[in-house]
Design a protein around this ligand. Structure first.
Ligand code: CA
Length: 224
């Protein structure tokens, strides 16, 4: 998933980003609310990790602004403020989870998975699409009961399609899900290559091309 971290502690922000990238996520870190606010308009983020003590406006103020603007992005507050009243205020302001620093990347990733599961209306930890099974925690994919070996980007692409099974996603949108702004620009045909690999490794019909628009999750029962 594509994650936005708003954290003014540079070292902590980078440590979290590195850990989450190793787990296959695309992650962008911002150190103040103005920059994060601008980024929200520029990429389809799936969730946000929000610090509260920030230069300029407080994280709570930003959260209230975003919710007032109708931004429904799942938000996990990660803060040193551990009072019960502060937790309640954070959740009431529209946060989906509220965690206290310090927190390991593994738990943070698990919390983000749970948040996303709720946001996409899933109750099961393992996502099923016909003969396809995907476990976001272990990154294991099975097709018709057989394990499928996918690279990190292929997994990210499959996850993005599974996250919105009814939706057609443009190439630009999918590209934004796979690549954060920290690395080099991907090759122009990188997405097509990943789609090709998913079709070859899983089933030809697993990704549907919607001409002139982009890609969507395809049939799940077709034999490979
Ligand atoms: Ca801070």
């Amino acid at each position: 998933m594509r994650l936005l971290i708003l954290e003014d502690d540079h070292q902590l922000g980078e440590a979290l980003a590195t850990g989450l990238r190793q787990l296959g996520h695309a992650v962008d870190v911002f150190r103040d609310g103005v920059a994060a606010d601008a980024a929200l308009a520029g990429a389809p983020f799936d969730a946000m990790v929000l610090d509260l003590g920030l230069p300029g406006a407080d994280g709570m103020v930003w959260l209230q602004r975003w919710r007032a603007r109708g931004i429904t992005l799942p938000v996990l507050i990660l803060t040193a403020r551990d009072g019960t009243e502060q937790r309640i205020a954070g959740l009431d302001a529209g946060a989906d989870d509220y965690l206290i620093k310090p927190l390991g990347v593994d738990e943070l990733a698990a919390r983000l998975r749970a948040m996303l599961r709720r946001a996409t209306g899933r109750a099961q930890a393992v996502w099923t699409h016909g003969a396809l099974q995907y476990d976001p925690a272990t990154k294991q994919v099975q097709w018709q009961g057989q394990a499928v070996d996918l690279t990190g980007r292929e997994l990210a692409l499959l996850e993005a399609l599974l996250m919105h099974p009814q939706r057609v996603l443009s190439k630009a949108q999918l590209q934004e899900k796979l690549y954060d702004w920290s690395g080099a620009e991907p090759e122009s045909n990188a997405l097509e290559v990943h789609v090709h690999h998913l079709r070859r490794k899983i089933a030809p019909g697993i990704v549907r091309t919607v001409r002139g628009v982009g890609y969507a999750l395809g049939a799940a029962e077709e034999t490979s």
